[in-house]
Design a protein around this ligand. Structure first.
Ligand code: PLP
Length: 409
């Protein structure tokens, strides 16, 4: 029997407990939606004040040089590289995940001429499927979407690219990156990993797994803020051969020579297109300071412990109340979230949010709870399940306010 006291003891022994103070969180709120929009690191406003009032207002155009704005996408990419097992100069910050996915999928398809299949999975995040579908149409390929359990067996010699999300946005199910990448390479295919739900939530070993390409967003576990720019990884061995399609001036070898013909930059800068969203890059770079001194294995251990606690408490407290587990019970197959299915999931989540317990809802029936190990506490899990139990027992969700859908869920 798990008790509230047990959760308090876990918090007292948490080696990452001190990291919570690195975030500016409303005191009475339990925030379990860092897998959608990360909390704001407390150092970001001061950095933004300087960026706005000194660098922009006073420095004006000079700040591209004098405040080192221009190399910020590379600098920030190198900081992210350390979190995802990439080398220096293999990661750069640019655009959105969707746009970066487009760039790497086209580039990868061009590197496998003669093969016609882009293999993806049916339950992938919609943008990944929409972009892959468009790339398939443009490049004369076929987009083949299979069930998650069929991915490994479906990789054969016809496949040019395997395009997968490392951790599924809805179920939190995690692929074995090493096994999938190995099989793809054995069959001569390249792999593109979407790391939106893994970067900053667990150690990722892109180079150890010999991954080819990866993309991911800056606004979830990396805490870069709403609409933060995304990142893109290209393994160094592929950089000389890869030609991405959005050949804007910032990807040029010498942008400020303003030549008529396009010549790609020799390194990761070739993944750039236009001018960086500089304020967003500055916020993301500052936000990454929250990871300073954090051992990613310790981060993962806490993430697993939070997820296991949520599942054990759901078993203990929610039996017979209409909730079923929609994430793998086995932590080795899970990312940093636990999803529960309930037929009134939307209204139940709204009722929770009204009580200051913030998760989110994904159609048709999924309640998502994300655990950002830098700021989520064990006691938060206890309180969340207690509120959920009360909402389900009293049918507090059965109220017009909670049943009416808002545009962002
Ligand atoms: C797995 C995954 N990929 C891509 C995206 C969207 O990326 P963006 O809006 O940066 O294009 C999301 C957003 O939640 C996501 O979960």
């Amino acid at each position: 029997m798990i008790t509230r006291e047990h959760c308090a003891i876990l918090d007292a022994g948490d080696p990452l407990a001190h990291c919570r103070a690195r975030f500016d969180l409303p005191p009475e709120t339990i925030y379990l939606d860092g897998n959608s929009l990360g909390a704001m690191p407390a150092n970001v406003p001061a950095r933004m004040k300087i960026a706005l009032e000194e660098e922009w207002a006073q420095g004006l155009i000079r700040s591209w040089n004098d405040a080192d704005w221009y190399p910020a996408p590379q600098r920030t990419g190198n900081k992210i590289a350390k979190l995802i097992g990439a080398g220096q100069d293999e990661v750069i910050v640019a655009d959105s995940t969707s746009v970066n996915l487009f760039k790497v999928l086209v580039a990868a398809t061009r590197m496998r001429e003669g093969r016609r299949v882009i293999l993806a999975e049916r339950t992938n995040f919609p943008t990944d499927v929409y972009i892959a579908s468009s790339v398939a149409q443009m490049t004369g390929c076929e987009l083949r979407c299979v069930d998650p359990d069929e991915v490994l067996a479906s990789i054969d010699e016809t496949v040019a690219i395997v395009s997968l999300t490392h951790v599924n946005y809805k179920s939190g199910k995690r692929y074995d990156m090493e096994a999938v990448t190995r099989k793809a390479h054995e069959k001569g295919a390249l792999v593109v990993w979407d790391l939106c739900h893994s970067a900053g939530a667990m150690p990722v070993h892109l180079n150890r797994c010999e991954a080819d390409f990866a993309v991911g967003c800056g606004y979830k576990y990396l805490n870069g803020g709403p609409g933060a720019p995304a990142f893109v990884f290209v393994a160094k061995r592929h950089l000389p051969d890869m030609r991405q399609p959005l050949t804007g001036w910032h990807g040029h070898a010498k942008p400020f020579e303003f030549t008529h013909d396009y010549a790609p930059h020799a390194g990761i800068d070739r993944m750039l297109t236009g001018t960086a969203p500089q304020l967003g890059v500055i916020a993301l770079e500052a936000a990454l300071e929250a990871f300073e001194g954090v051992d990613l294995e310790v981060l993962r251990a806490k993430s697993v412990a939070l997820g296991n606690l949520m599942i054990d408490l759901a078993d203990q407290q929610l039996a017979g109340l209409g909730c079923t587990l929609a994430s793998p019970r086995d932590a080795s197959q899970r990312g940093s979230q636990v999803s529960l299915a309930h037929e009134q999931g939307y209204a139940v989540m709204q009722a929770l949010i009204a009580r200051n317990v913030i998760g989110d809802f994904r159609a048709p029936d999924i309640l998502r709870f994300g655990f950002a190990p830098l700021y989520v506490r064990y006691i938060d899990i206890w309180n969340t399940v207690a509120e959920l139990k009360n909402i389900l027992e009293t049918r507090a969700w059965d109220n017009e306010t909670f049943l009416t859908r808002k545009s962002v869920t």
